[in-house]
Design a protein around this ligand. Structure first.
Ligand code: CP
Ligand code: NVA
Length: 307
């Protein structure tokens, strides 16, 4: 049966660990110059309903480095669900490509694609989850700190898709995830419940709070993301009023004695969720994270496509 990569909650914890181990070894080989094309002549169709720098470039270059090829389908071109149904697009693209990657607004669209496609479907960001980002983030923490289990990660800001990936994946991996969000911008309760159940098995934990100062006190890693995700643009002004206390700046960093690194999935809105001084500072892991999109996704592709 074909496998998809639509949401981290669909993975078994061992499967997430296997992907991370594969990413570590593939990255090591690539950096050492051992560059065997692991997916010769394989093809990836990439559907984008929203803009992208990292996802588009890292999948395109990743497929090339694996010996395959990626095709970019812009929002105007494909008009998913408008020009033709998701089911029809999925069946057609399955006849051309070995896998489909999709960046969508509604998570149900990527679920529908996976249902109708006969090839693996990868979620390149939906309003619910950003699983490829999660893999790159866990790879970054693993390589910076040498472990994931027992790492204390504090996320500050909006309870969005990126936080959902950190909650689910972090709970699988035995991490202690603290989410500091305004009360009206908490992660979805269903995601929190799933993460709590996973944390019970892994020895990790999930904590929600509205207090950013308390949230960073014990943290090893801080993480933030935009206050206004793609698709929420009309709420941007209102959100700018609510979130400033959650900005990662030098004053907040000074509240945590154990902070080793600061993360952001990018694009950053400097002066909003993160300051220049922190994004460009000594503890910024931002560029490792962006690089690891490439290595993490190459591992996801090999995991899904290799016979
Ligand atoms: N982090 C991330 O997904 O970046 P893009 O939106 O540029 O792809
Ligand atoms: N939460 C952001 C992530 C962008 C990579 C968004 O969905 O727009």
């Amino acid at each position: 049966m074909k496998r998809d990569f639509v949401a981290l909650e669909d993975l078994r914890p061992e499967e997430l660990r296997e992907i991370l181990d594969l990413a570590v070894s593939m990255k090591r080989d690539w950096v050492a110059g051992r560059r065997a094309p692991l997916l010769p002549e394989r093809t990836l169709s990439m559907i984008f309903q929203k803009p992208s720098l990292r996802t588009r470039t890292s999948f395109d270059i990743g497929m090339y480095q694996l010996g395959g090829h990626a095709v970019y389908l812009s929002p105007d071109e494909i008009q998913l669900g408008h020009r033709e149904s998701i089911a029809d697009a999925a069946r057609v693209l399955s006849r051309y490509s070995d896998a489909i990657m999709a960046r969508v607004f509604a998570h149900s669209d990527v679920v529908d694609l996976a249902r109708w496609a006969s090839v693996p479907v990868i979620n390149g960001l939906s309003d619910y989850d950003h699983p490829c980002q999660g893999v790159a983030d866990f790879l970054t923490i693993l390589q910076r700190l040498g472990q994931l289990k027992d790492v204390r990660l504090t996320y500050l800001g909006d309870g969005n898709n990126v936080l959902h990936s950190l909650l689910i994946g972090g709970a699988m991996l035995g991490m202690h995830i603290v989410a500091a969000t305004p009360v009206d911008y908490r992660p979805l309760p269903g995601v929190v419940q799933k993460a709590e159940a996973l944390a019970r098995s892994s020895g990790g934990s999930v904590t929600l709070t509205a207090d950013p100062i308390e949230a960073v006190r014990e943290a090893h890693v801080l993480y933030t993301d935009t206050w206004t995700s793609m698709g929420q643009e009309e709420e941007a002004a209102a959100r700018r009023q609510v979130f400033p206390a959650y900005q990662i700046n030098d004053a907040l960093l000074a509240r945590g004695a154990a902070i080793e690194g600061v993360m952001h999935c990018l694009p950053a809105h400097r002066g909003e969720e993160i300051t220049d001084a922190v994004a460009d500072g000594e503890r910024s892991w931002l560029w490792d994270q962006a690089e690891n999109r490439l290595h993490g996704q190459k591992a996801i592709l090999v995991h899904l496509l290799k016979e």
